[in-house]
Design a protein. Structure first.
Length: 278
């Protein structure tokens, strides 16, 4: 019986502990919303530094959201507009708009992000022209990658399935038909379905490869010079355009191998910011 008074004490202590701990999950879940709200409020009030702090904290917590990325781009762009620009602000603004455009499910938000991205890149091109550097900022993706991305893996897979069914029906009709017209119709259906099927399969494989392997980033430094694998700057190398979207092919130490249009080179990894995907 000497241990009896101890049990209520332990029970009371545990009850108090769980009472204190219970609100923690709710507070943790509300924190991203609070950061987003604080960032949006700072933007409305014309305080880009505070907006950047809140929205970058949101990104540090692993939140991937089109609206948050768009607002982050706006915050960096606002800091440039009010004359308080820090090196890399244009690149970080472009990164936010690129990410928002990719993540947006709403066509209006995607269009707004694309328009803002165009304005940022126009400013980068203007500055590069004044510095006597090449003005190209966005060479764009290859035609095949662009076409594959139009419908995505699921869209091209659905087209491949329909084309496959049409091809089978065409061959079946041609095989069973007794009349010449049906044979011709079956042959025409198969003849149209086969190339569609081939293209759809290739696009499906391309879209699947990009989903699984493609890593892209945005140049967020105004002085990202091409280098070799050891990180030594290439002689006469022109800095990559700030805000340019590049494909990351690999990483070695503190440098990353990237593809910018038809050019492949190495660049300091800290000059890039990866584009997050869902």
């Amino acid at each position: 019986m000497r241990g009896a008074p101890f049990a209520p004490t332990v029970l009371a202590g545990l009850t108090a502990l769980f009472t204190l701990a219970a609100p923690l999950p709710s507070r943790a879940q509300d924190e991203p919303s609070a950061l987003f709200s604080a960032g949006a409020k700072a933007l409305r009030e014309g305080r880009p530094v505070d907006a950047i702090a809140s929205l970058e904290a949101l990104a540090d917590r692993g939140v991937v959201d089109a609206a948050a990325s768009y607002d982050r781009g706006l915050a960096y762009a606002m800091r440039v507009r009010i004359g308080a620009e820090m090196p890399g602000d244009l690149g970080r603004a472009a990164h936010g708009f690129e990410e928002a455009r990719d993540l947006a499910r709403d066509s209006g938000l995607a269009a707004d992000a694309a328009g803002a991205l165009g304005a940022i890149r126009s400013e980068v091109a203007r500055r590069r022209m004044r510095a006597g550097q090449p003005m190209e900022v966005d060479p764009g993706r290859s035609l095949a990658r662009t076409v594959a991305g139009l419908l995505g893996e699921n869209g091209w897979c659905a087209i491949a399935a329909l084309a496959s069914a049409a091809l089978g029906i065409g061959f079946f009709v041609r095989w069973l038909a007794g009349g010449r017209r049906l044979k011709v119709a079956g042959g025409m259906a198969a003849g149209v379905a086969f190339p569609v099927l081939a293209v759809a399969v290739l696009m499906t494989l391309g879209a699947r490869h990009d989903r699984a392997n493609l890593r892209e980033a945005v140049v967020v430094s105004p002085s990202a010079r091409p280098s070799d694998e050891r990180g030594f700057a290439a002689a006469g190398g022109v800095p990559l355009p700030e805000g340019a979207r590049v494909e990351v092919l690999g990483t070695s130490g503190s440098v990353s191998r990237i593809r910018f249009g038809a050019v492949q080179t190495w660049v300091a990894s800290n000059a890039l910011r990866p584009i997050e995907v869902r």
